[in-house]
Design a protein around this ligand. Structure first.
Ligand SMILES: [Zn+2]
Length: 695
């Protein structure tokens, strides 16, 4: 077991710290399972540093994190914004140290935008992780920190022995690409997206359940070592080398440079490569390499004198707000979207920006024609931060001509959907831009209440052709919008009308971008998908809150669509995992003739719900637990079991109080005796074969 733990930790290190795995994920999983099984068999021998021990129990409800005092305060770093300020900073240091030689060694590294953490080890073993908090006191988030896979639980001691006590500080981060994937997966599950990796990381570290935290792709990158008992280091370089040997990771972007010009050059270089670095950052940190100089400089009450943060220029620009368009989402939500006159931000031409919701627009007090501040972070759609200069005076002469073409068409169709006149203030339109129905408030958002509104119809059709439902790859949002617009579809179910008549084929072929080949492919898909299990059929209906997992339990419970369609709220609540709210939504949907028409229409169009294995409720074996003993002469054990199960029974391997029938073959053993004692019905092979329909 100790050997397995050692091996797994070795692979953890290769994978998470050095990013050069030697074995496949599958091989790793096999080792991990082997260890877990061994540990389950010998719970007394589980090692504290076992990789299986990273995920602990959740905090009991209502219990917060313990507050812990920092032995060495976590002070902030002075932020500087220009080369000028950086030179002044150095001049002050040199004066203080009465040095005339400006060629000091500096450790420079990116200032990552994550969550700072102080981690403590005693005799080489992880004991605690504490957040920055107010710098004096932070929260004990040890259970959550344990789930960070590249944070050592035990120091590696191959190169140097572990110190009595070690405190390491670093940043908990999520790589941008992993964050994007993580966020997309959340959105797919219907959870709210995080605005950025930093918010997601901070949210993760504050969760009560380590099992949840373990799902976040968190990493720890060291930046300081405030305490290391019994070992003295002269410089940061030496300390960092030791930390690496003990198994800690750093970003790999840090350098040691000589002189301030090199610090400034490093700043400019990293800023220019900002998008290549996998983590979000907002500047670089430079700190004196020599610890003796640091000691002489000391600290002020709130910051250290021997390091500074040189911030990057904010990626903010100002632009003219040309229009605000009201968009209708596939869920029916109305959201304002800003159009600005084209502007370059970080090498990209920006034309649109998000405005979140109506409250946000009101808060900023926006009017069309205002100069607004825009910020672009990573690849996210730019955001409007505020007004730089309000629109004033008369309308500029070229105002009307500056309206983007895409909007000209939209305003011609429905002028109320777009605010674009000089100094106009955008409001939630009185009618949904897509269908004209009056929107209703839903929390911070406005929603079109009409389920037949086009974006919502497209949204439901997307569910019908999507994952877990019919999975028809030839139909995406573009195609569905096109089919609705051309009148080939009225409702989502009409996807299955597309291959029903020669006339429909001709209409498809007449559409843009549809050739004989794409129509044939679509037809082949429709033919192949026409028969579905009940669970997929239910997902396809886009009933609110009925995703794949709820659909599966509903299908298992009701076994037919008919039975579900007639179920009451009370009956629905008998289903595992269906609460009153979901039950009410399902019933409302089923009783709404317009919505439930999708199901009827699908069946009309030849969709077949695969019959689930019928639950047999009558016959000799229905509901019975059957045990076989001895050798059956005329039927194999596997076949006998299958027959019983087909006839609604259950086969067990040993006789107990739950046994209903014992079937005795050639040489009955001890089971027959036990059955007699329990008063179980005993059946000879002959009788069994007769009941099982084989003589
Ligand atoms: Zn609408």
């Amino acid at each position: 077991m100790a050997q397995l733990v050692k091996e797994l930790r070795h692979h953890d290190r290769l994978y998470y710290v050095e990013a050069r795995p030697e074995i496949s994920d599958k091989e790793y999983d096999a080792l991990f399972r082997e260890l877990r099984d061994l540990e389950a068999a010998h719970p007394g021998l589980v090692l504290a540093d076992s990789p299986t021990q990273r995920v602990g129990a959740p905090l009991p409800e209502g219990v917060g994190f313990a507050v812990v005092e920092h032995a060495v305060p976590m002070l902030s770093i002075d932020s500087l914004f220009s080369a000028e300020e950086v030179r002044d900073f150095e001049a002050r240091i040199l004066r203080f140290l009465s040095l005339s030689d400006a060629d000091l060694d500096w450790v420079v590294e990116p200032k990552f935008d994550g969550v700072s953490l102080s981690v403590i080890y005693e005799k080489g073993r992880f004991v605690r992780a504490v957040t920055r908090g107010d710098g004096e006191r932070g929260e004990d988030v040890s259970a959550n920190a344990r789930t960070i896979r590249n944070l050592p639980m035990m120091l590696e001691t191959g190169h140097r022995p572990a110190p009595q006590l070690l405190e390491v500080r670093g940043e908990v981060l999520m790589a941008r690409d992993l964050f994007e994937r993580f966020n997309a997966a959340r959105a797919a599950r219907g959870d709210e997206r995080f605005a950025n990796a930093r918010n997601a990381t901070a949210g993760a570290m504050r969760r009560n359940d380590p099992a949840e935290v373990a799902r976040y792709p968190l990493e720890f990158h060291l930046w300081a070592m405030p305490r290391c008992e019994g070992v003295r280091f002269a410089t940061q370089q030496e300390a960092t080398r030791a930390l690496r040997e003990w198994g800690f990771a750093d970003s790999g972007y840090g350098r040691v440079v000589r002189g301030l010009d090199a610090c400034l050059a490093y700043h400019d270089d990293i800023e220019a490569r900002r998008d290549e670095v996998p983590f979000e950052m907002d500047g670089v940190v430079a700190k004196l390499d020599r610890f003796d100089l640091r000691e002489r400089l000391g600290t002020t009450s709130r910051s250290t004198r021997w390091q500074y943060a040189h911030k990057f220029a904010a990626r903010e620009v100002s632009a003219t707000l040309r229009a605000i368009e009201t968009m209708v989402g596939n869920g029916g939500r109305l959201t304002p979207r800003a159009h600005v006159l084209p502007v370059e931000v970080g090498g990209i031409t920006v034309r649109h920006a998000t405005l979140h919701n109506a409250d946000y627009v009101a808060e900023l007090g926006l009017a069309i024609g205002d100069r607004v501040y825009l910020r672009r972070a990573g690849d996210v759609i730019p955001q409007i931060l505020g007004v730089a200069k309000a629109a004033a005076g008369d309308e500029p002469a070229d105002w009307a001509a500056s309206l983007p073409e895409e909007l000209a068409a939209a305003t011609a169709r429905n002028d109320g959907a777009v605010a674009h006149h000089w100094r106009e203030v955008w409001r939630v339109p009185a009618g949904c831009p897509a269908c004209g129905n009056a929107p209703v408030a839903e929390g911070k958002y406005w929603r079109c209440p009409n389920p037949m509104c086009e974006p919502q119809r497209i949204g439901r059709a997307l569910v019908l052709v999507g994952q877990g439902a019919f999975e028809i790859e030839g139909l995406g949002e573009k195609q569905l919008a096109q089919l609705y617009a051309a009148g080939l579809m009225q409702g989502a179910a009409d996807v299955f009308a597309l291959d029903q008549t020669p006339e429909m084929r001709a209409r498809l072929l007449a559409l843009d971008r549809w050739g004989a080949k794409s129509v044939d492919n679509l037809y082949a898909e429709l033919a192949a998908r026409r028969t579905v299990p009940l669970a997929r059929f239910l997902v396809a209906l886009a009933i609110p809150d009925v995703g794949p997992s709820t659909a599966r339990v509903l299908a298992a419970h009701f076994t037919s669509f008919e039975a579900l369609a007639h179920a009451s709220e009370a009956e629905l609540m008998h289903v595992d995992g269906v609460g009153p709210e979901v039950a009410a939504k399902i019933v409302r949907w089923l009783r709404d003739p317009q919505l439930s028409a999708t199901a009827t229409r699908l069946l009309e169009l030849g969709v077949v719900i695969e019959a689930p294995a019928a639950r047999v409720t009558e016959g000799p074996f229905a509901g019975q637990t059957v045990v076989f003993t001895g050798t059956l002469e005329h039927m194999g054990r596997a076949e006998a079991k299958q027959r019983v199960e087909e006839m609604g029974g259950h086969v067990a391997s040993s006789v107990s109080a739950k046994t209903s029938i014992l079937v005795v073959g050639g040489k009955p053993g001890s089971k027959a005796k036990k059955a007699e004692e329990l008063g179980v019905r005993v059946m000879l092979e002959e009788e069994f074969l007769k009941l099982a329909g084989r003589e």
